[in-house]
Design a protein around this ligand. Structure first.
Ligand code: CMP
Length: 138
């Protein structure tokens, strides 16, 4: 028996990718892979908002640079929907470090470094809800 498990996840096209005009190519990759883009907006956030968004990483040595970076230029935030989309999006993005990402993944194709890795995606169903609310609750 197959159970349906339609999920939503949050995706961010990061400043390095927006700056290189990769927004449409990356969105096409999502659509080609069966994701529906339910909501999207292009915004630039304050560092204080980036700090809130990445709060789970606040004790990490890379936290400050990460928050500077996410607030350094325009980003595109999207709600993606598909069966098992949280895991599916992580697979499509590839490993956090583009050097380790598999062929055919977004980070392999477009990522520049572990910081400038072009996309963010929620890492669990629970965090997806929190992250979607963070950007789209109004
Ligand atoms: P992201 O999926 O947006 O979540 C946190 C980000 O921190 C991650 O992508 C990377 O871009 C960045 N980062 C920088 N250094 C590291 C590291 N050593 N381990 C994990 N993430 C890192």
């Amino acid at each position: 028996m197959t159970m349906s498990n339609l999920e939503q996840t949050l995706s961010i096209i990061k400043p390095d990718a927006v700056e290189r005009n990769l927004e449409n190519e990356i969105k096409e990759m999502f659509k080609t892979n069966g994701f529906k883009i339910l909501k999207e907006k292009k915004i630039q956030i304050e560092k204080s908002e980036a700090e809130k968004f990445y709060k789970v990483h606040e004790t990490k040595p890379f936290y400050n640079d990460l928050c500077d970076y996410l607030s350094s230029g325009p980003i595109v935030v999207m709600v993606l929907e598909k069966e098992n989309s949280v895991l599916g999006n992580r697979e499509l993005m590839g490993a956090t470090n583009p050097k380790d990402a598999e062929e055919g993944t977004i980070r392999k194709k477009y990522g520049i470094s572990i910081d400038k890795n072009s996309v963010h995606g929620s890492d669990s169903v629970e965090n997806a809800k929190i992250e979607i609310d963070f950007f789209f609750k109004d």
